[in-house]
Design a binder for this molecule. Structure first.
Ligand SMILES: NC(=O)c1ccc[n+]([C@@H]2O[C@H](COP(=O)([O-])OP(=O)(O)OC[C@H]3O[C@@H](n4cnc5c(N)ncnc54)[C@H](O)[C@@H]3O)[C@@H](O)[C@H]2O)c1
Length: 354
């Protein structure tokens, strides 16, 4: 995977410059010794993107009809188009011999996860999925605490994901439902922190916003997961928040609990033990909650490209998160708990509560 360009910035083409593509552009401009944005492809880029391009003459803003030329003129392609278009752009980039960073959810189906990772492997290219929560500095610290055994036996992970503001209906119409679009962050975080895959899930959801009801989606839900060790997880998922972009998680061990709320730059870390509670200062700018995590994603990608780190998000983990989201969706549809077999990649509604 190591490239020869240890000292030359990797040239990046960003495909899709809406909300998240613009954030990645800003991150890459901050990391100018490692990356140089060569092209941005979008017929309707954000105003901020247009402004930043006007300040950087080396960046070409291209129409979607020029995507092939733009990809050719790069080492890495950042895939920031709507989710339903990810697979096509990822394959196009890989087949052109380019490394890929793609937003989550990576692709829509298990088969598609195989297709994109197998293509990357066959071509000897890096494919990194932006599971943002893992790159959040407090989550990294909590993961180290768990791995060091400092929390003791993990009993439970609670997650709260209250999106804010309510996304445009136009965006939601073209997104997979809330369990894939939002929930995949919390699912992936819980699986990664625990190092386990859930064997049983249960989900109840409801769609409150009448504008969304025709699209078979929910905007408020609770998810339960049980893992082979006996640990459980509960995730609150909502498109509504009355206090900004409300993102929290807490891992409860029998010795210590550790988790995160929000901070100006590095997130919010809370630790409790028998002596008391230690907290960082909370801030109110929830919109920028994950700004450091997005930068960390690209720093990590750079270290993978120069061969000093292995990709933190692996094919097997994306498969597990996708299968879990499929099972959660099944539970939401059937109203039943759903068992998952991660060896066979199958799940089944459980008719009996035994
Ligand atoms: N990791 C995160 O925290 C996070 C946050 C938001 C969105 N996302 C993900 O990022 C992706 C994009 O979401 P968004 O919120 O930026 O959506 P968005 O609608 O704001 O932006 C998408 C952009 O893609 C452009 N586009 C559409 N078709 C295109 C094409 N064929 N070629 C080039 N550009 C095209 C649109 O004009 C638009 O500017 C989604 O997969 C979403 O799940 C991730």
């Amino acid at each position: 995977m190591a490239t020869n360009s240890n000292f030359n910035p990797h040239r990046v083409t960003i495909v899709g410059a809406g909300r998240i593509g613009t954030i990645h552009l800003q991150c890459l401009l901050e990391l100018s010794t490692s990356f140089q944005v060569s092209n941005i492809v979008d017929d309707h880029p954000s105003e901020t993107t247009r402004f930043l391009v006007s300040r950087h003459s080396s960046i070409k803003l291209r129409p979607q009809s020029e995507v092939d030329d733009a990809i050719e003129d790069s080492d890495v392609v950042g895939v920031c188009v709507p989710t339903s278009l990810h697979e096509g752009v990822i394959l196009k980039a890989l087949n052109a011999g380019k490394h890929v960073f793609s937003e989550k959810p990576l692709v829509n189906t298990l088969e598609a996860v195989h297709r994109v990772y197998d293509t990357a492997k066959a071509k000897g290219l890096l494919l990194l999925c932006g599971m943002t929560r893992r790159f959040d500095p407090p989550a990294q610290k909590v993961k180290k605490e768990i791995e060091a055994g400092n929390l003791g036996t993990i009993l439970n992970i609670t997650g709260i994901n209250r999106d804010n503001p309510y996304p445009p209906i136009e965006f939601l119409k073209h997104s997979p439902n809330i369990y894939y679009d939002c929930g995949v962050h919390d699912i992936d975080l819980a699986l990664w922190l625990l190092g386990e895959k859930p064997v049983l899930v249960y989900c109840m959801g409801h769609c409150f916003d009448k504008r969304l009801q025709p699209y078979d989606d929910d905007d408020n839900a609770s998810i339960l997961m049980k893992f082979p060790s006996g640990a459980t997880s509960i995730i609150e998922l909502s498109r509504f928040s009355n206090c900004g972009f409300d993102q929290r998680f807490m891992v409860h061990g029998d010795q210590k609990s550790a988790g995160s709320y929000s901070l100006p730059k590095d997130g919010y870390l809370e630790m409790t033990n028998q002596q008391g509670v230690s907290k960082s200062c909370l801030r109110f700018d929830f919109q920028r909650r994950f700004e450091r995590a997005y930068v960390e994603e690209w720093k990590h990608l750079h270290l993978c490209l120069v061969g000093t780190e292995e990709p933190m998000v692996k094919k097997e983990e994306v498969l597990s998160a996708t299968l879990t989201a499929d099972a959660i969706n099944c539970s939401r549809e059937t109203g039943l708990p759903v068992t998952i077999d991660h060896e066979k990649f199958t799940f089944h509604p459980k008719q009996s509560s035994k």
